[in-house]
Write a protein that binds this ligand. Sequence first.
Ligand SMILES: *Cc1c(COP(=O)(O)O)cnc(C)c1O
Length: 392
Amino acid sequence: MQRPDLLWRLAEASHRRARENLRRRLKTLDAFDAVHGHIDRHRVTCFCSNDYLGLSHHRAVIRALRRAAMEWGAGSTGSHLTCGHQRPHAQLEEALAAWTGRERTLIFSSGMMANLGVMQALLTRGDTCVQDKLNHASLIDGARASGATLRRFRHADTGSAARQLALQPDAATLLATDGVFSMDGDVAPLHELAALCHREGATLMVDDAHGLGVLGHDGAGSVSAAGLGQDDIPVLMATLGKALGTGGAFVAGSAAFIDGLVQFARSYIYTTAMPPALAAATCTAITLAREEAWRRDHLHVLIARFRQGARQLGLPLMASATPIQPLVLGTSEHAMHAARHLYRQGLLVTAIRPPTVPRGQARLRITLSAAHRETDVDHLLEALSRLPSRLQ
Ligand SMILES: *Cc1c(COP(=O)(O)O)cnc(C)c1O
């Protein structure tokens, strides 16, 4: 028996991907504001960032980062339970609790780590984790790593979720869903799911990475827009690297739940706390996201403008009222060609291919930001109107 070589096997899998037009490639961007930059000296306007409110380059956020770095240093120097949990982290947790209307919050270094930590702390072998088919990979991976049985239900289909729950009526169950779906832009049926979980004694978790800052009263997210509180959705998670323009993530809920995470969430305990300056910058971003409602208003003007123009061009829009406006083109080749066509016209849009989306549903994931001007959207529409018709 010859021992298989791991690096050779990985290289083989990469070659297979390349042959199927599924190879992932890094692009180095020299950004000069929230939505404009250069790639290899080619000027591009980005329609693929998650900086929905345009806060990543906001002067007040940058100033807060700089000022806090002078005061607190470049790094946190430790994990939260040693000496890494500093005043700016505590202030950020309070600001997030006030914004989301939750008793307590806990900061994680990334959304991926938050979801892994929550699931690993709550779930164990013999439990069930019921999830929407289109949930973010971090929720799926979190459930898998927890040892619980993962059962997936049809996208945004509460009846299908109920059938999955019924398969194991006695198992402790977490039902997890994206608030706003990251590749489709639609919103989960939160009221129905909350009622189902209530009836079935299951715990509901919502990942609001793409809803926070964008939806709801003062941008408090999809959960707040649906008028659902901590009793309806006891486990709320969202990221700071999207509409808030900085980085990291948090989990919100009851004081007892958050304390449980401090005790048991390994991805919280065994990692260096985010730099305190980033926490301070995020506090400023939260204030701006709450107070500058014009950013959300402008975003909605852009969304309406894009949808109206795309409809006139007969493009395959999805039922999304959020800044995520995908155009499903079918094969990976079509999506890649379309992305290349747009790139030549100075527009950076990512072609999203399997396995990130289901086979046959490769797409351009177009995202809008309050940092775009209406003329940027018009430029995009004009370039889309010149897409070779075989790609539409
Ligand atoms: C981006 C995202 C995450 C991961 O967050 P990071 O901070 O980027 O690790 C988790 N869930 C959803 C729905 C996301 O879109």
